[in-house]
Write a protein that binds this ligand. Structure first.
Ligand SMILES: Cc1cc2nc3c(=O)[nH]c(=O)nc-3n(C[C@H](O)[C@H](O)[C@H](O)COP(=O)(O)OP(=O)(O)OC[C@H]3O[C@@H](n4cnc5c(N)ncnc54)[C@H](O)[C@@H]3O)c2cc1C
Ligand code: SF4
Ligand code: SF4
Length: 421
């Protein structure tokens, strides 16, 4: 491990007591195959000592570690108790109950994974919608809502750019998502759609290579773990080196139960094992418990149970209990609304402003099936809990019952509806 090599080079230098070093994060998270490639450790390091491995896409030490401990403290698989940054989902005594969400099963005790406040129902929700945009980008994943929100925010000057995921330009990496700050409408549209790989997104908060105003305002689209990193860094204002966490004024979480290793999923399991022509792929989707891959001509190239692809899933995702992206300003996903629409949970005033700003671009109506969101969240948390149990008892089975999973939020949840436009 590179971190340990650097440590060895420090031979003879006594480590001051009470410090936590990068190599401890390296041993406990990265080498233990638990890293979910969010990039928080890179962004939080005040001495810019952590970079991204070119081949591994994992964090690695690029210069001296000072033992400040922040990479460990803010890592969602290390010291971060991300539940602590979730806004309360039930009102405090002196609050109006706008956020109150009735618990799905009142007999179920408050659930918490490692301490922190309970997260019940859908978390803090001010408004919720099924939504789609009229001018849907060609490659939008569901209702094209995330792109529409970003386009509206950019057009009104609310943001100077948006951290999105665009396709890699490297011909050896077809269908690999890479993190990028989009500063034009075209770049936002070109980045529509879902890439089922993590990108070390928060490392891209080093904005020095982009042309931006001195005090830029940016939106971040990310998986819930990436939003956890931002929320934590924003609520504990340590210096974050070159990374502009302070510039983030809007966060949009994509609902997420699992992400994948790019090479394992796209190259090994799809291209090599199933003979998929990656160049012809127009959409990859994980939906209704299945992996669906479509070609540009509409042919469905793959339609298989998602369990067939578990070999390429990130192991650290099993520990994640934040399917709903509870810390974000807005959470957007496909579950809970019919095909071609996105489910939108508005969690904060900033999120509400972003939706209001985009109203002219969006069809908005009630969620088709909010229960489906609650059920999948509960399922996700059960996996996280079992996964944590295994830390104490390595022989405990990681029970994932996909039949039950499907019966909880399967196709019946997405009955067609007629829209009065
Ligand atoms: C790894 C992953 C897992 C997901 N799992 C679920 C799930 O289990 N259930 C569910 O309901 N929804 C899930 N989603 C969300 C869903 O696929 C759509 O992204 C969401 O419904 C928004 O669709 P849209 O048409 O409104 O967005 P679009 O208008 O298509 O915009 C999508 C935005 O997401 C950005 N993006 C794409 N890939 C990534 C990435 N890897 N990391 C960060 N940003 C990215 C794009 O650049 C774009 O800005 C997942 C998404 C991802 C990336
Ligand atoms: S999970 Fe995120 S913060 Fe932790 S080591 Fe991996 S990239 Fe860094
Ligand atoms: S499942 Fe959790 S840890 Fe994995 S990518 Fe999604 S949000 Fe991140």
């Amino acid at each position: 491990m590179r971190g340990y090599r650097i440590r060895e080079e420090m031979n003879g230098t006594a480590e001051p007591p009470g410090k936590t070093w990068f190599w401890e994060l390296e041993a406990g998270v990265i080498a233990a195959d638990r890293c979910i490639q969010c990039g928080t450790c890179v962004a939080v390091c005040p001495s810019n000592s952590i970079g991204v491995g070119e081949d591994t896409l994992l964090p690695e030490l690029v210069k001296m570690c000072t033992g400040c401990s922040l990479c460990w403290d803010f890592c969602p698989r290390g010291g971060l108790r991300y539940e602590a940054a979730w806004p309360p989902s039930t009102p405090m005594a002196d609050e109006t109950p706008v956020n109150f969400v009735e618990r799905p099963d009142p007999a179920d005790p408050y659930w918490k994974i490692t301490g922190g406040p309970p997260g019940d129902g859908l978390g803090a929700v001010l408004e919720s919608y099924a939504a789609r945009t009229g001018a849907r980008p060609e490659f939008a994943q569901d209702g094209g809502v995330v792109s529409a929100l970003l386009l509206a925010a950019l057009a009104s000057g609310e943001i100077d750019g948006a951290l999105v995921t665009k396709p890699s330009s490297d011909p050896d990496e077809p269908w690999k998502g890479v993190s990028h700050l989009a500063t034009t409408a075209k770049e936002i549209i070109d980045a529509a759609g879902s890439y089922y790989n993590q990108t070390m997104a928060l490392a891209e908060l080093d904005l020095t290579k982009y042309e931006l105003p001195t005090n830029p305002r940016i939106a971040v689209v990310g998986t819930p773990c990436e939003i956890q990193g931002i929320r934590a860094m924003q609520s504990r204002r340590w210096p974050t080196g070159v990374h502009r966490v302070d510039a983030v004024v809007l966060t949009i979480a994509l609902l997420c139960t699992k992400s994948f290793d790019y090479q394992g999923l796209m190259l090994r399991l799809l291209r090599d094992d199933r003979d998929i022509d990656i160049e012809r792929v127009s959409k990859v989707d994980v939906i209704h418990g299945r992996m669906i891959v479509e070609y540009r001509d509409g042919e469905v190239a793959v339609d298989e149970p998602i369990k067939n692809f578990h070999g390429a899933a990130l192991k650290g995702c099993d520990e994640c209990a934040d399917f709903l992206g509870r810390g974000a300003d807005l959470s957007v996903g496909s579950v809970g609304s019919i095909d071609g629409w996105s489910s939108v949970l508005v969690r904060t005033e900033r999120g509400r402003m972003a939706v209001d700003n985009a109203r002219g671009r969006l069809d908005l109506r009630d969620l088709d099936n909010p229960e489906a969101l609650v059920k999948l969240d509960a399922f996700d948390k059960r996996i996280a809990f079992k996964s944590l149990q295994r830390k104490f008892d390595p022989d405990a089975p990681l029970f994932i019952d996909y039949e039950e999973h499907l019966s909880n939020y399967g196709d019946t949840d997405r009955a067609p509806v007629v829209i009065d436009r």
